[in-house]
Design a protein around this ligand. Sequence first.
Ligand code: TYM
Length: 339
Amino acid sequence: MSLKNHTVLSGVQPSGDLHIGNYLGAIKNFINMQDDFNCYFCVVDLHAITVKQDPESLRRNTLEVVATYLASGIDPKLSVIFNQSSVSMHAELSWILNCVTRMGWLNRMTQFKDKAGKDRENVSSGLFIYPNLMAADILLYKATHVPVGNDQKQHLELTRDIAQRFNRDYNCENFFPSPEPIIDNDISRIMSLKNGLQKMSKSDPSEYSRISLTDDNDTIIKKIKKAKTADVPMPDNLNDVLVLSEINNLLNIYSGFSSMKKEQLIDQYKGENFSNFKSELSDLLVSKIEPIAIEVKKLMNDKSFLFDVLSDGKKRATEIATKTLNDVYDIVGLLRYDS
Ligand code: TYM
């Protein structure tokens, strides 16, 4: 079945080195979907500035996300790759959605609570309305499918609520579709290598908590060697694995990068301590990450190619975004005229 009339949109923040959580939770699915769907993959630089960014690093990180998309296998001919701030309709639609979203809905967002923590009075107001900008990203392209990690599920549910509320308030049934999250269960929440109860994150102060897609081979091996395991050997069944969060996480990573199911891996390593398992996991990660890291480095030395990809993406994204925003302005009653 051709799904070329279905649209995928997803985004990644240029707020630091991408890690294997970003890859397994999101980017891997981008690649799987690009043959069958109309795909838009955005570098969400406006989201990144909801917390302070150094301008020079932001510029570099934006290009590095583009390089990582390409190095991971996203084909710029099939998929539209662009940075969010270059298509001004994202910011414009997000303002309109700010006026649709209820405060109570935003107050329930757990990611805001986690990120703001005790410093709630001091964080930017952008961080609070961040999910409205994410809804704008998705609805501008009338995306039907959104591949994301588990941490974005609540934002996707909010996007659906916003779409439905807009359609109802403005009497335009089915104008915005309700996008479906595409979330792969086991690999949608990759955990820290140091604490199996904490999400792997770009902002974790410990480098040993994550494996970056630009880590060199020795670093990958060292990080896996140091990864927390358990005081017992590998169990012989999935139920016993599930209570050992660090082991479960390493198995999810192994399975996510190979074609092997967790049950097969458990069968292979049951009863053993973790040294053999870790060494084979490192080999696997090196074989998958090294080609990406090499390609990212190469692409970062060819900035003019990266800018060509971005400007082509910007052109293609702007075409659709302009049409949707014009329709929204008409629906809402905002005047449009030629000067
Ligand atoms: P960001 O930049 O934090 O993460 C990018 C993608 O990686 C996923 N992810 C993970 N998946 C599994 N395990 C992890 N430990 C892990 N950490 C991150 C995220 O779920 C995400 O899919 N708000 C989004 C970016 C965004 C977006 C959008 C996504 C902006 N607009 C529109 C989809 C559609 C974010 O901060 O992702």
